[in-house]
Design a protein around this ligand. Structure first.
Ligand code: SAM
Length: 256
């Protein structure tokens, strides 16, 4: 997704700045033929397709999105792989709740290394769930990585690790504190103020542990990489329930 200024749109073409081309091509790794969503921060969304030219990338609008079903924030779920087929449910429900990307993570307490077929299966589930919930975007299911690689390589600006025990701030309070008006969904809020460099969006990552929870060492390492340990309430939720609660909170805060 990319924030654009309405003045950049003429004859169904988007006059992409150099920074926007860099963001689409280098950060999101999009190429000619790939589609993305352009938004003006005032509730207008367009589906656009990229064309690669010698002079750079050109974007053409293919349709205006009348009913936006995407969250106004970019959310990545970093979820430790539970036993059995539990991750199928995580992928399906997270997709229904608007997740942008899912990073399957192997952690100290889940050493399960999923097969390529499993990853393909999760991608199919995400595509089916996106279609069923009439989303414009099919979430990206990344290749599984170890917890340490996931937290180290994480590019999102706001980082939360859900920890079932301890006296941590509730995720709701943390998200509510990130709620500048320009990110509210199409409510006549002023245009996006942030630079195009990061797509003009809030990007959030939420990490959920396995059945046995994160180890103390993992939580410590995540904090070193800029994560905040957060609570989802006083009850201990299953590893497949916690992502639903976390993503529902994101929707409740940002789609109100
Ligand atoms: N046996 C673990 C323990 O006692 O800490 C519980 C792990 S829980 C089944 C699986 C994951 O869900 C946790 O690692 C955490 O990420 C998340 N989770 C569950 N309940 C939570 C809560 N109340 N607050 C924050 N995170 C929670």
């Amino acid at each position: 997704r990319l924030a654009v200024n309405p003045a950049q749109i003429c004859d169904r073409k988007i006059d992409l700045t150099r920074e926007q081309q860099h963001y689409l091509n280098r950060v999101l790794r999009l190429q000619g033929g790939d589609r993305f969503i352009a938004m003006d921060g005032r509730g207008h969304w367009w589906l656009a397709v990229l064309e690669a030219h010698e002079t750079g990338l050109i974007a053409s609008i293919t349709e205006e999105i009348a009913v936006n079903r995407e969250l106004p924030v970019e959310v990545t779920l970093m979820a430790a792989l539970p036993k059995g087929n539990g991750f199928d449910e995580v992928v399906r429900q997270a997709t229904e709740l608007g997740v942008g990307s899912i990073v399957p993570v192997t952690s100290d307490r889940t050493l399960l290394k999923p097969s390529d077929q499993k990853v393909e299966r999760w991608r199919r589930i995400a595509a089916e769930a996106a279609e069923q919930s009439e989303r414009q975007i099919v979430p990206t299911i990344l290749e599984p990585v170890s917890f340490d690689v996931a937290v180290k390589d994480c590019g999102q600006k706001y980082r939360f690790i859900c920890v079932a025990r301890g006296d941590n701030r509730h995720l709701w309070d943390c998200l509510a504190a990130l709620d500048p008006p320009q990110f509210r969904a199409g409510t006549g809020a002023p245009p996006l103020q942030r630079g195009e460099q990061d797509g003009g969006e809030l990007s959030i990552v939420i990490a959920i542990g396995p059945e046995g929870g994160w180890t103390e060492g993992e939580v410590k390492r995540a904090i070193e990489f800029g994560f905040e340990a957060v609570s989802l309430g006083s009850r201990i939720l299953r590893a497949v329930t916690a992502p639903i609660v976390a993503l529902s909170l994101v929707g409740a805060i940002f789609e109100k």
